[in-house]
Design a binder for this molecule. Structure first.
Ligand SMILES: NC(=O)c1ccc[n+]([C@@H]2O[C@H](COP(=O)([O-])OP(=O)(O)OC[C@H]3O[C@@H](n4cnc5c(N)ncnc54)[C@H](OP(=O)(O)O)[C@@H]3O)[C@@H](O)[C@H]2O)c1
Length: 252
């Protein structure tokens, strides 16, 4: 199979790294010349990655084409490209819906997907919409594929993916606090990373419990976790989290 990536930025880079760590058999991966630095780096690292002359060439040479440009660029360039009917298109573009994608590409064989950067280490959920068995099999090699039939529902998952930076920021604030208290940076960061990794892994291990039950289980009445939760609640920390999610949702 030959696949192509229109737009060679962060997410393309992560997926290609994931592919070469997996058992997936791809003959060639065509990438667009932009970004120049990223495409050069990838083609230097992986022999099967070829930088195409232009966007149309990568489409013509590939069986599957992944759209990995920003929405602004997508609106500008997609209509002028020629996607033959036998091509399979997978779009990562956050805010261009299926109807518009079909109109731009004049092709009905389109699936939207939400890969996230840790696909590079073959971890995490990957939403695809609508359901697609072949694509699910492909992405199952790179993480855990979740099929969503309804595009409207899939918008909720796009919204949640905005919480990667806030999650890391929560970790950064904790680590910086430790540094201010005199712990050296290396130990602070290591402790924080280990703590959140263990919490996430433990929550998967205890998957018979709801998340709400986990919140309860991790508190001792009158203990420090109970106090932290109570104070954060009182300061509307979690209400704000919901307000922010609602506001992000409006972008989709
Ligand atoms: N990053 C994520 O975690 C993530 C997750 C899910 C979905 N997505 C979606 O995936 C898309 C790409 O995100 P990203 O984070 O990878 O963005 P990015 O790093 O900015 O990559 C976009 C790429 O498109 C290239 N580009 C610009 N104009 C182009 C053109 N005319 N033809 C071909 N390529 C062109 C850019 O090159 P230059 O640098 O030369 O401009 C850049 O390499 C977005 O729609 C985003 O919503 C991203």
């Amino acid at each position: 199979m030959k696949i192509g990536f229109l737009g060679t930025g962060h997410i393309t880079s992560s997926i290609i790294k994931g592919i070469f760590k997996s058992k997936l058999k791809v003959n060639k991966i065509y990438v667009s010349p932009r970004n120049k630095l990223v495409s050069k780096k990838l083609s230097k690292k992986f022999k099967k990655v070829i930088i195409s002359k232009n966007n149309q060439q990568l489409i013509d040479f590939s069986n599957w084409i992944f759209l990995a440009v920003t929405p602004k660029v997508g609106h500008r360039i997609l209509e002028d490209l020629n996607f033959k009917k036998n091509k399979k298109i997978i779009s990562f573009i956050s805010t261009i819906n299926l109807e518009k994608l079909k109109k731009y590409t004049k092709n009905k064989n389109i699936t939207r997907a939400i890969p996230l950067p840790f696909i590079g280490i073959r971890k995490g959920p990957i939403i695809i919409c609508p359901k697609d068995k072949t694509l699910k099999r492909f992405f199952d090699n790179l993480g855990r594929t979740i099929e969503i039939q309804n595009e409207k529902i899939s918008k909720n998952f796009w919204t949640i993916s905005s919480f990667m930076a806030p999650f890391y920021n929560l970790m950064a604030v904790i680590s910086n606090w430790l540094v201010k208290r005199g712990v050296n940076r290396k130990s602070s960061e290591q402790y924080t990373r280990e703590l959140f990794l263990a919490l996430a892994q433990d929550s998967m291990f205890k998957n018979k419990m709801t998340l709400k039950q986990l919140v309860g289980e991790s508190q001792t009445p009158g203990g420090i976790n109970a106090q932290a939760l109570k104070e954060l609640n009182k300061k509307k920390f979690y209400k704000i989290q919901q307000t922010v999610l609602n506001s992000i949702f409006k972008r989709f």
